[in-house]
Ligand binder design. Sequence first.
Ligand SMILES: [Zn+2]
Length: 136
Amino acid sequence: MTVAVPKIGSRVRVTTMYPNTYAYRGEDNNYVTYTREGIVVKSIFRDPFMFAVETGAPEHPVSEFNAKSLHVVKIEVLKGSSTQVATDGKAWKVKSSKGNKFYIVERLNGKFSCTCTGFEFRKDCKHIGAVAKKVA
Ligand SMILES: [Zn+2]
């Protein structure tokens, strides 16, 4: 599995999605979307998946992003290019208990994460439990 990380000097538009913590209702997904656009500069973090975007916004001139974060839903390279960075990650599609939607359970560096709202609040959920049991 690889993740595309935009190169320094590229112009990108990054879309992130975070659960709206004020509207948690069980498994209902309720997300807030943010978009940042600017030039990729060197990240202050020593992590090959991290990149920083100089947006020029007065209050927050540089935003740091993790290309493999589940919250980073879209990275559009408007000018320039990106590098494919290998991960030890693996992902599974898990059906919700009602069977009407899917969640993505991801394992990265031995740690599990899930796209459901329950995971956001408890850092654990039944979807991860189901996958962990299967791969154990
Ligand atoms: Zn889950």
